[in-house]
Design a protein around this ligand. Sequence first.
Ligand SMILES: Cc1ncc(COP(=O)(O)O)c(C=O)c1O
Length: 443
Amino acid sequence: MGKVSIRTEIPGPRAREWQQRREAAVIKAFSPLAPIIIEHATGATVTDVDGNTFIDFTGGIGCLNVGHTPPEVVEAVIEQTRKFLHTDFTVIPYAPFIELAERLSQLTPIRGARKAVFFNSGAEAVENSIKIARYATGKKAVIAFEGAFHGRTLLAMSLTSKIKPYKQKFGPFAPEVYRIPYANCYRCPYGLEYPSCGVHCAQQLERAFVTMVDPQDTAAVIVEPVQGEGGFVVPPPGFLPRIREITRKYGILLIADEVQTGFGRTGKMFAVENWGVEPDLVTVAKSIAAGLPLSGVVGRKEIMDAPDDGTIGGTFVGNPVACAAALKVLDVIENQHLLERSQRLGEYVKGRFAEMQKRLPLIGDVRGIGGMVAMELVKDRQSKEPATAETGRILARALGRGLILLKAGTYGNVIRVLAPLVTSEEELSEGLDILEGVITELS
Ligand SMILES: Cc1ncc(COP(=O)(O)O)c(C=O)c1O
């Protein structure tokens, strides 16, 4: 028996009623990917108000590595809500924040003494990582990458590199942000091949110091170890180590934005571990607290302690309920061996995608690392023209069959899998059968 159960047309009658109310009451910019209304969810499945059950490959955009409503986390949340909901940590501190800082610091792949601080959203973590880096170095410039996504607040949006829909009409942007190409081997901007290219793109960082910005004025380079919204772009092995080498040479801080890649998504706790790269600061969010709003910055003690008292903060940051949830998430990752499961999930999905690619010319590229796997759809394998409209149609039709999917990529032509790491092989197989059927029909 499969998990999917579709009893009405999608959206069903109740969902349609709610969607009409949504349209009347909620801003247009919040138009949903799946025009259903969720009633409850558990593990890798979501049931809507019309009684339809879907397999969820989106995990709330990568926030649910431990799955929907894991019982241990729910219990921890209930327990904490009975004690107290809020104090503002800088007014009256509480244990879950401190314990989480201790545990997360231990888990972060940085040598020596580390410290942590918590916020609410990924964007806030990114903004604060830059504030900390600037304070610690006394320098202003930040270098980011093409195809990057770091959030939607002013500085985070300025670091983000996709114009529509994230930046168009939202300027002016924050100054002192510079940009170089990311290592996108499927669409190499230089038309080169790895490894004979000598990681030419990473060398552009050296070039940027000649043509764009003085390394003496540069506080940090911020990089997603694997680009998320940019299309699950996995850099070749030499890229991140080279970026680390160059930043170290100039005394520039390296910030790894692990908001999407962290907490086991790539088969390691943090994606940088895949390449043995040691950043100075790491930003975390999304899957840290099983869907509760929590984010953080973890980093080398001397950098984290540079900002003076009162310079970093926020009313709701590091909420006690969210911290209690996060502590339990760390237990679940360990107890349920989710790093190994991420590897297995990724191998299975990648294998199925590679099989599909042999038959379906629409699939131009299959890539991924650990449980972070995607396919890029193209109209023509030679020209690599993005199949953006086709990708949208595939997502819509898959939803009607009971599979909730997300796209990504600069051209919106990448189907990415952010399925909870607790998704069973049966659920994965059922979801992938739906996807394969839909792509075959639309090919
Ligand atoms: C790598 C990365 N950084 C930052 C963010 C922003 O996080 P949030 O949406 O929680 O502000 C995201 C969100 O997708 C992300 O993927």
